[in-house]
Design a protein around this ligand. Structure first.
Ligand SMILES: Cc1ncc(COP(=O)(O)O)c(C=O)c1O
Length: 445
């Protein structure tokens, strides 16, 4: 498969082998969130955003495994580095409960958990962060962020935003305010309050349409007001936000909204947790989405492209007491950490932040110029891109029509389609993906 020339080439999807494989999987797996009859054949050709399915169809993946594969399929530099490590030797992958070394820490033969933490603090040093707790998933990164905030402040309240998604474990799900399915019937952590999230990139207090500044004064300010508010700011353990909401609909807030949140956190000494699990690791053209806004998070949660869960903050915020935070896998899975660390290296070495910015602009320009029918908005920062339709049904139909043309996309929010091409996506690939999406929109219209 030549990345310079390959194009999607598909028959009717899903094909018979894919259907068979999906049925086999479904026989044993709890019903999960998989949305496609798409089955990636890992033994067949794949490169960049292109991959081959079980029936030999070539598809173009603009989901990057929901951002967990930021370098696309078979990134040659990543493969080359990983291939040098003999993954098959069990001694090399056992013992994640111990410290590991692969030589001089300043120039190790292979990066492990310590090197990953080192690199994560380097990209977060602008926020004074120098310490990391590693875990297995995004939800665990959030759980541990919550724990360190409760521990550090002794506060009982927490603040979240409407449309938020922070994971599916019992603590993290208490913070969710997107679809009700995530919380229905589950016990929740008490005393979590929510305020509107800004989904208007140009929102100002005087012109607010998102509800946050309704009446000219923000809901957060009213909530925390010492005289008339209903939450005692001194008892707030943390405020958590996705700087750009993912699951909730790829909602991009205004600078005024962010400045207000930052000002109030600062004024009331409230720990600000930025959940960067979807928006981080270079997706938006900066390493963290927070870097685009006038905010200074105290804690960052990362996962997906980092290949492990990571709770990042200044050492002062973390409990010093042994066992207060811990896990068998707390030193980070060795192979996953290696992949996360190499991914950070490649983002820098290959100039992928600049590429994400340029290709994201190209995608938005191309989709806007195409004047697609029933599209209400095309938006994005870097390669965190969204197309919003007039109805949920149309969004779903377009996703299916795109799939039938060999383009994988994802839904989010109520009627939004999201695109997450790999960070090294090329100009040709963006045009190709946009053409396929435009064809899908036309077919549905
Ligand atoms: C913003 C955000 N937070 C938390 C999570 C939970 O991550 P995980 O699925 O790895 O538990 C996700 C997953 O999509 C997410 O997008």
């Amino acid at each position: 498969m030549d990345r310079e020339t390959v194009e999607p080439s598909v028959g009717t999807l899903p094909g018979p082998k894919a259907t068979e494989r999906v049925d086999y999987h479904a026989e044993f797996a709890a019903p999960s969130t998989y949305v496609y009859g798409f089955v990636w054949d890992i033994l067949e050709d794949a490169t960049g955003p292109f991959c081959t399915d079980a029936d030999g169809n070539v598809l173009m993946d603009f989901t990057s495994h929901v951002g967990a594969a930021p370098l696309g399929y078979n990134n040659p530099q990543l493969r080359e580095r990983l291939a040098e490590f003999e993954l098959v030797d069990p001694l090399k992958i056992a013992g994640q409960d111990f410290y590991t070394t692969a030589g001089d820490p300043t120039d190790p033969e292979f990066p492990g958990p310590a090197e990953l933490m080192d690199k994560l603090t380097q990209v977060s040093s602008q926020y004074g962060m120098d310490t990391v707790f590693l875990s297995n998933s995004g939800a665990e990164a959030v759980e541990n962020a919550m724990k360190i905030c409760y521990d550090d402040t002794g506060g009982k309240y927490a603040i979240t935003f409407d449309g938020a998604f922070h994971g599916r474990t019992l603590g993290a799900l208490s913070l969710n305010r997107s679809k009700e399915i995530y919380r229905r019937k589950f016990p929740e952590i008490p005393s979590i309050h929510d305020v509107p999230f800004c989904d208007d990139r140009t929102c100002e207090p005087s012109t607010c349409s998102c509800g946050f500044f309704a009446g000219g004064v923000s809901q957060l300010r009213k909530m925390l007001d010492p005289q008339r508010g209903w939450v005692n700011a001194d008892e707030v353990a943390f405020l958590i936000m996705e700087p750009i909401q993912g699951e909730g609909g790829y909602r991009f807030p205004s600078a005024a909204f962010m400045a207000e949140v930052a000002e109030l956190c600062d004024r009331h000494d409230i720990l600000l947790v930025a959940d960067e699990i979807q928006s981080g690791m270079g997706r938006t053209g900066e390493f963290w989405a927070s870097d685009h806004y006038p905010i200074e998070p105290d804690i960052i949660t990362a996962a997906k492209g980092a290949r492990v869960g990571a709770t990042i903050a200044n050492e002062d915020v973390f409990p010093g007491e042994k066992s207060r935070l811990s896990s068998t896998w707390g030193a980070g899975d060795l192979v996953a950490s290696m992949q996360g660390a190499l991914t950070i290296d490649l983002i820098h070495e290959e100039g992928l932040l600049a590429n994400a910015t340029a290709r994201g602009e190209q995608a938005k320009r191309t989709l806007r110029e195409a004047s697609l029918s029933a599209v209400e908005d095309v938006r994005g920062t870097g390669l965190m891109l969204a197309v919003e339709f007039d109805t949920r049904e149309r969004r779903n139909a377009v996703m299916d029509a795109a799939f039938q043309r060999g383009l994988l996309t994802l839904g989010c929010g109520h009627k939004t389609l999201r695109l997450l091409p790999p960070l090294d996506v090329t100009e040709r690939e963006i045009y190709l993906g946009c053409d396929l999406l435009a064809e899908a929109v036309d077919a549905v219209a």
